[in-house]
Design a protein around this ligand. Structure first.
Ligand code: PLP
Length: 384
């Protein structure tokens, strides 16, 4: 596995000489005198003022993510959606245009379709893997290329190096949702992206406890995202930052195991007669297998499978599973199963779902860290 260099960005120890990093659950920070307060507000001195702006525990989390992604700077937010929204609202204005892959997380589609048009920001959707479509969709007012790779739940990939080259040749911002890969498996900034955002709720936390989000990238862009968050207030709480920060210390180990378990499961179920197809980036049958091997160091924790027999067969299969919980999350140590067409992507039209491969038989498995033989047996038995 690449990118597992030790990341030791820690807040300075307090007088207690603690080993585990402390939490600073404070709304505000004290000034020595009125002149100190004036100088801090005037940006003449660096430091913490108020936890909506900065907080040491939150800063530690952000610095770790930035180091893992190879980013100059970052901003943490309450949720992944707040991070994605901030990365757009801070940088775009009325009249601007986004080119985005069609295969996106459900709430990201809602942002682009329902909210951004109210402020005059429009979007053209393209097929994630078709670089000609990306190129042809660029208009004079296009400012950003937006992509999620691997996509949720179809596990289609974008060629990040090709998109990075396109963005750089046209002066556009390449903004990547890297939630499914994490920096342990893929580093978009190395391939030409300018911004990367995450739902930290998923593998960063890794144990289904806290919500969180983060945007990292080029310093000039992050400065604007920071100002937007400082003024509009989607700031991460110190407690959640502390949980997430601790979790990052095991991210490389967890992603390696998630990926081994997912590949083992995907391989085992692919030939089952009740399965129409299995989609996993590191399965040789994946239509972008070569690209996956090139830009990712492992396939990640999600397996998409299509059960023969549509909605009834897919949901009956889910109900028979005993080790996979039916819940709206991914990236937990515990295995999870969902039916995207009737849950996360239920608000899309049937035609839009078809366009990104979300059929009624599609089931999304988030493969956890339980005994992998038990997981394979559970899926096999549920398939019958
Ligand atoms: C969950 C998720 C989001 C949204 O993150 P929240 O933390 O739930 O707000 C965005 N993108 C992807 C790929 C996700 O899986």
């Amino acid at each position: 596995m690449n990118h597992t260099d030790t990341v030791r960005t820690q807040t300075p120890r307090t007088s207690q000489r603690e080993h585990s990093t402390p939490i600073f659950p404070t709304s505000s920070f004290v000034f020595d005198d009125a002149e100190h307060m004036r100088a801090m507000f005037a940006d003449e001195q660096e430091g913490n003022i108020y936890s909506r702006f900065t907080n040491p525990t939150v800063a530690e989390f952000v610095q770790k993510v930035a180091a893992m992604e190879g980013a100059a700077a970052g901003v943490a937010t309450t949720t992944g959606m707040a991070a994605g929204f901030a990365s757009i609202m801070a940088l775009l204005r009325s009249g601007d245009h986004i080119v985005s892959s069609r295969a996106l997380f459900g709430s990201t589609v809602a942002l682009l379709n329902q909210y951004l048009p109210r402020w005059g920001i429009t979007c053209t959707y393209v097929d994630i893997a078709d670089i000609d479509q990306w190129t042809n969709a660029i208009q004079p007012n296009t400012k950003m290329l937006l992509v999620e790779t691997p996509s949720n739940p179809g596990l289609d990939l974008a060629d990040l190096a090709a998109l990075g080259a396109l963005a750089n040749s046209r002066g556009l911002i390449l903004n990547v949702d890297n939630t499914f890969a994490t920096p342990m498996l893929q580093r978009p900034l190395d391939l030409g992206a300018h911004l990367v955002w995450h739902s930290a709720t998923k593998w960063f936390d890794g144990q289904g406890r806290t919500m969180g989000g983060v945007v990292v990238g080029q310093e000039d862009l992050i400065k604007q995202v920071y100002q937007y968050c400082r003024n509009t207030g989607p700031s991460l709480s110190p407690f959640n930052a502390w949980v997430l920060s601790k979790s990052l210390e095991t991210l490389h180990v967890r992603m390696e195991r998630h990926s081994v378990h997912a590949l083992t499961l995907a391989t085992a179920i692919e030939a089952h007669s009740a399965v129409e197809f299995v989609r996993y980036p590191f399965l040789p049958s994946h239509h972008q297998y070569d690209l996956a091997r090139q830009q990712m160091s492992a396939g990640g924790g999600i397996v998409a499978m299509c059960v023969r027999g549509g909605y009834d067969a897919a949901t009956q299969f889910m109900d028979k599973l005993t080790l996979f919980t039916i819940t709206a999350n991914v990236g937990d140590t515990r295995s999870i199963v969902t039916h995207p067409a009737s849950s996360t992507h239920a608000k899309l039209t049937e035609a839009d779902r078809q366009a990104v491969g979300i059929s009624q038989g599609l089931v999304r498995l988030s493969v956890g860290l339980e005994n992998v033989e038990d997981l394979v047996r559970d899926v096999m038995e549920a398939l019958g």
